[in-house]
Design a protein. Sequence first.
Length: 239
Amino acid sequence: MKVILEILRRESREKAPYVQKIIYETDDENETVATALNHINNRGDYKDTDNNPVTHIHWECSCMQEKCGACAMIINSKPRLACGSKLKDMGETVKIQPLKKFPAVADLTVDRSIMLENIKTAGLWFEESTKADETVGDISYEASRCLQCGCCLEVCPNFYTGGEFFGMSAAVPLTRIISAVTEKQKKDVYKAYKKHIYEGCGKSLACHDICPANIDIEKLLVNSNGAAVWKRHIGKKKK
């Protein structure tokens, strides 16, 4: 199998980006974009279609089993995990780019620290021991599968770095907090959810179809909206 890898290169965030085309051959029909990038880096003697040497390609990876989300990038115009993208399914030309919603670092590496900062701002942790409601165990489990890869943010029309809307990378773990939050912490958690998720989400659900973990994001949103917004709203009206 022979494919052309068109990789958007950038030596550093100060340098201008450029496209480098590499002819890549393999006998393994199950080889992924991730393994191809590893092989190119490990060999170190590749040349591109203009006969220029291919320097080390910067990208992130860890588990190589679609479990950690580190290798998220844009492949053929779609955010995906490189370790889950088989070359045989990508066509004769595979266009590889870094995620665009995050600051560039080098080549396919971007700075996704905004996701952690948003989680810290939203206060996504328990302040004391608690126990999840057994009736929403399926919700908690579904939310626990989030990889924090950023693919959902890449396709979200409402998310941008530095904005008040934190996107599904914050909304999904916040679902777990909402399902087991104590009475003492409820007010702050619900307030954070309404401000950083509910009021900014346009309900396009582009995130639902792009999630590499196939999380039922619509189900989680409905549950969190009901608990953090609508039940409180109805409760206030009754008083």
